[in-house]
Design a protein around this ligand. Structure first.
Ligand code: AMP
Ligand code: ZN
Length: 467
């Protein structure tokens, strides 16, 4: 596989730390409000990356945090705490807000076929780990105490702007302008690791620490949560492009200062979904959520297709006209697949060839639009319906578009059950043949035939069909 790495600004051959295994981390949502469809663009593309890695045969472990404390509205250390803002808006407690919007986030993800990562950990679960990392940073001289807050000292690093030749202004995308500087900071880019005395006198969640009762800064959570579950070496770290600075820059600073070695090898950043007036927002203009799209009659998976049609490293402009087009394409594509006949034997060799091609194409820096082109190409080929269906089903493991879903869930359950039964019988028959018990092998074949299943020995192995 090949991946564009924001650290080197090049498309590189992907080489994991341990052969065949991938440690992957995703910055999770700040659960103070619904996710907008821009946020979800990032999660859709990260989901495709994970699924492509699995499809290519890697054993992937993916971890995601849930930000339920410490994320201020500026992304730096100024502005209001987003969680507190959400709680005040809805007259609820911070934890109620966190639970509600965490559930809402995963419900949106399910509608968009975004797989839940193997580990999901809220920041408020890991306060002890945060305190430990901050203690080590203080011991090593990378952190200091000022006005009872603990700050990371960026002047202690050889290089702070790790994401290459980006200008400072370009890196400031996520930072609002109308904020006042924190006078306690020794250097402009120093950031808070732990707040005790601060302007948030009414902070809802506070914990005891060696430095007094307080709460963590935002960046520390991703370093700690990833190390807790993935260890000291990470293969891929994902997020939206606005996370590059200051969030990921600060994650790298504190993680590598803590570990004393390089931490993560590949940085995967998804560019923004913008509305026609510019950056997508939760506060101004129409707040575009999955539920809103559903209310307007769109299938959420049409939005997934819309995202897959363009490359994750290009900004994407949302408009209802563009979504209408994707929805039309989606409907036609599904109809075309539904119309494929189900007769004939699956040509397993052809399916394997197509899979190989798909890995090569989509595995080249998550080229999803080329993956969709491959799907259309396969539908045009001289192959029987059953084989085309098998190819579609295989590609859909990565695309996640429910392309064969006309067979509805109930029918799918029956199919899965039947398939498991037939596969078990085929294995039994294989074992019988190996032991030269041909009478038993024939009896199994007849038993299946009675149930309407014919099996056939081919050079590629045993295949079956309904008769
Ligand atoms: P947040 O909930 O604000 O922490 O953001 C969740 C994720 O969405 C992060 O990875 C952000 O980088 C990403 N994100 C924020 N805005 C957009 C956008 N307009 N398009 C794509 N991704 C975004
Ligand atoms: Zn993060």
């Amino acid at each position: 596989m090949k991946l564009f790495n924001t650290l080197t600004k090049n498309v590189e051959e992907f080489v994991p730390n341990v052969e065949g295994k991938v440690n992957m981390y995703t910055c999770g949502p700040t659960v103070y409000h619904f996710a907008h469809i821009g946020n979800l663009r990032s999660y859709i593309m990260e989901d495709v990356l994970e699924k492509t890695l699995r499809y290519a045969g890697y054993d992937v472990k993916r971890v995601m945090n849930i930000t339920d404390v410490g994320h201020l509205s500026s992304d730096a250390d100024t502005g209001e705490d987003k969680m507190l803002k959400g709680a005040k808006r809805e007259h609820k407690t911070v934890m109620e807000i966190a639970q509600f919007y965490t559930d809402a986030f995963f419900s949106d993800c399910a509608k968009l076929n975004i797989k839940t990562p193997d580990v999901v950990e809220p920041a408020t679960n890991c306060i002890d780990e945060f305190i430990h990392m901050i203690e080590v940073l203080l011991e090593k001289g990378y952190a200091y105490r000022a006005s009872e807050n603990i700050y990371f000292d960026t002047s202690k690093l050889e290089s702070y702007y790790v994401f290459g030749n980006q200008s400072e202004e370009e890196l400031m995308v996520g930072v609002r302008e109308d904020v006042t500087e924190d006078e306690n900071k020794k250097n402009k880019n120093d950031f808070v690791l732990w707040f005790t005395k601060s302007k948030f006198e009414d902070q809802a969640l506070k914990w005891d620490s060696p430095w007094g009762v307080g709460y963590p800064g935002w960046h520390i959570e991703c370093s700690c949560i990833s190390m807790k579950h993935l260890g000291e070496y990470m293969d891929i770290h994902c997020g939206g492009i606005d996370n590059m600075f200051p969030h990921h820059t600060n994650e790298i600073a504190q993680s590598e200062a803590y570990l004393g070695h390089k931490w993560c090898n590949y940085w995967f950043h998804v560019h923004h979904l913008n509305d026609q007036s510019g950056k997508m927002s939760k506060s101004k203009g129409e707040f575009l959520t999955v539920s809103l799209l559903e209310q307007k009659g769109y299938d959420p998976l049409a939005y997934r297709l819309f995202c897959l049609q363009s490359h994750y490293r290009k900004p994407l402009v949302f408009s209802y006209e563009a979504l209408d087009q994707a929805a039309g394409t989606y409907k036609k594509l599904k109809k075309r697949i539904a119309d494929l006949d189900k007769e004939g034997l699956v040509d397993e060799a052809a399916v394997a060839d197509h899979k190989e091609k798909f890995v090569e194409v989509v595995g080249n820096d998550v080229n999803t639009s080329m993956g969709i082109t491959l799907l259309y190409d396969a539908l045009k080929e001289e192959l029987n319906g059953a084989t085309k269906r098998a190819i579609v089903s295989s590609y859909d493991e990565v695309l996640g578009l429910n392309l064969l879903a006309e067979e509805e869930t109930a029918a799918n359950d029956v199919d899965a059950e039947l398939e498991a039964f037939v596969m078990a019988k085929i294995e039994e028959r294989k074992a019988a043949k190996k032991e030269k018990n041909f009478a038993l092998a024939d009896a199994i074949r007849d038993e299946l035939l009675e149930k309407g299943i014919a099996i056939k020995d081919t050079r590629e192995g045993v295949v079956w069909e309904r008769v």
